[in-house]
Design a protein around this ligand. Structure first.
Ligand code: DAH
Length: 349
């Protein structure tokens, strides 16, 4: 290479290098451009290596030109590198941008099931009167579900038609929470004041007013000197707490094997106050069964029926929830339709 050619290469490399640097659109492309214009195999380096073979004057002149070119290319590289880094940063920032003025996304909260709400409400009324909560098993034995409740072996309630039996002989899905009365009296001496909420099962055709799996709240009070008047007062207090202070309670004779006398209890309608409307029909809402605990039941549990008396009652939770919330079909409680369940959002504890 002679000095003339070196000069020409330096001029060409200035033009080619600056345009390569200017068109590098990423830091990788810029690194490649740097190797191409100033790297060991670049034409610029070839010129530098040739300088030693030139005479002193050319060496000095072209050496200066080469230095000047290297500085120019280097400063173009630096400037381009800063520009690319700035653009990169701007792109990252743009991608991460958060609009703090957007309204937040609200989490959808669930709600308690309407039956849970009503059951809690009913149990709460009794616990505030001093009752304790008891529970019993849903798979019950013959003794607790029937025998001890004075339901003899030939009683129609025992037939396969009404009860759901399990494969273990002598066991069935409890048909009423009354079974918990027996378990409680067997294990505790009077005075006993308990409520027993829970699930019950019957071999029942499901329709608008019947489910085969449903809920009851059972109540039992056993003490010295308990009378029918105590039962009436307790149920009046309950009905007024649930449906309003003006409610009246009506008791009609009814038969349940485990009470004597037994009655069907209705409350005057909270909508029409007893004159008759779409909620109640004839002015009264039938709420529950109740009565004075049969002496045989007390004795079956080892309680002295001469000394102690008691009353008991059993309330259908679905029934109360239906009148309370104007639900016309009991099946709504088990269908899991969110549009139905959502209406109870925020209700209950
Ligand atoms: N166990 C009855 C039923 O399922 C309801 C009932 C009636 C419970 C009278 C009682 C009672 O404790 O005394 O229909």
């Amino acid at each position: 290479m002679d000095p003339q050619e070196a000069r020409r290469i330096l001029d060409e490399e200035r033009e080619r290098g600056l345009s390569m640097i200017a068109s590098a659109d990423s830091s990788e492309a810029l690194d490649a451009a740097k190797v191409g214009v100033l790297g060991r195999k670049s034409r610029f380096s070839q010129v530098q290596r040739a300088l030693g073979s030139f005479d002193p004057e050319d060496r000095k002149r072209l050496g200066m030109a080469a230095n000047e070119l290297r500085e120019a290319l280097q400063s173009a590289l630096d400037e381009r590198s800063r520009a690319l880094a700035g653009a990169e940063q701007a792109r990252l920032l743009e991608g991460d941008r958060i609009d703090v003025t957007l309204p937040g996304r609200r989490l959808r909260t669930g709600s308690l099931h309407p039956l849970t709400i009503v059951e809690d409400e009913m149990v709460g009324i009794f616990t505030r009167m001093g009752y304790r909560v008891e529970e019993g098993p849903e798979i019950e034995d013959d003794w607790h579900n029937f025998e001890a409740l004075n339901i003899p072996p030939d009683h129609p309630a025992r037939t396969m038609k009404d009860s759901l039996y399990v494969e273990i002989p002598g066991f069935l899905l409890r048909t009423e929470t009354s079974a918990v009365q027996i378990r409680t009296m067997e294990s505790q001496d009077p005075p006993v004041y308990i409520v027993a909420p829970g699930r019950t099962y019957r071999r029942e055709a499901v329709d608008a007013t019947h489910l085969s799996v449903f809920h009851q709240v059972e109540g039992l009070a056993v003490d010295e000197g308990i009378s029918f008047a105590d039962l009436k007062g307790t149920l009046e207090t309950f009905a007024r707490a649930l449906f309003g202070p003006d409610r009246r309670v009506r008791m009609n004779p009814d038969y349940f094997p485990f009470v004597e006398p037994g009655c069907q209890v209705a409350v005057s309608c909270f909508k029409c106050d007893g004159t008759g409307c779409a909620v109640c029909g004839n002015g009264w809402i039938e709420l529950l069964g109740a009565g004075m605990v049969h002496p045989k039941v007390l004795e079956n549990c080892g309680i002295d029926a001469e000394r102690y008396t008691g009353f008991a009652f059993g309330i259908g939770v679905e029934r109360v929830a239906m009148v309370r919330h104007g639900v016309s079909d009991m099946r709504m409680f088990v269908e899991g339709d969110v549009r139905f369940l959502q209406q109870f959002q925020g209700a209950g504890a």
